[in-house]
Design a protein around this ligand. Sequence first.
Ligand code: 13P
Length: 253
Amino acid sequence: MRQQWVIGNWKLNPRFLDAKTLFETVQTQFGEKKTSCQVAIAPPAPYLGMFVEQVEQLSVVAQDVSTVSGFGAYTGEVSADLLQNMGVRSVIIGHSERRELFADDTPSLQQKIKQARQADLQVVYCVGESLSQREASQAESIVVGQLNDLKDVLTADDWQHLIIAYEPIWAIGTGKTASPEDAQQMHATIRQYLKEHTAYAEQLSLLYGGSVKPENAVQLAACQDVDGALVGGASLEANSFMAIVDAFSQYNV
Ligand code: 13P
């Protein structure tokens, strides 16, 4: 039995009042559905506290976490312990935008993963190759390298608190989605990797991300090893986000 997940990654969007309205709308619409699909919103960090207080059936996910632990003189940082203390239970680590634009490299990512697990946060770990890497037939080796970074810091028990999101960089925000066949192939590679490193491989949810829309969600959801979606642009509109939730709700296998 694998849990289906649809997570809306709002990135640096939307403005405050729009965010409140969107969150309430998503929460109301989701509340009316009968689904065992898990639905989560990852809003900009300053909105987390407000949403955590309002949350009912949804869950709230942080988009990133500091490399430092605990509390103290770290101006501008948001630690895993602070997130845990305020009621946030999951965090995205390794999103390609953080890797590319904010210099998240292997040592800092590994530090973030360690901090998250020490604070008992679930980690949504993102992997994915660039277009040039795919064209050079390096997609699988890049993803396996990113999984190795993860493996090197997880304890045997940590694996069960993990979600992996495969987000090919060339599909993010571009309107180009991986074909269901390409997505399934990479997810099968990730599943195989997991089988070689943890006893929890069959139960871990593997999400696809990169221009997921209502129009392509049904086909992606039908893939055997695609257990949900990490949704950017389409999560900023309640109806399209809910249509994606509907697509994945049919496959809680
Ligand atoms: P888009 O759905 O806008 O392509 O973004 C995907 C993504 O980066 C989710 O984390």
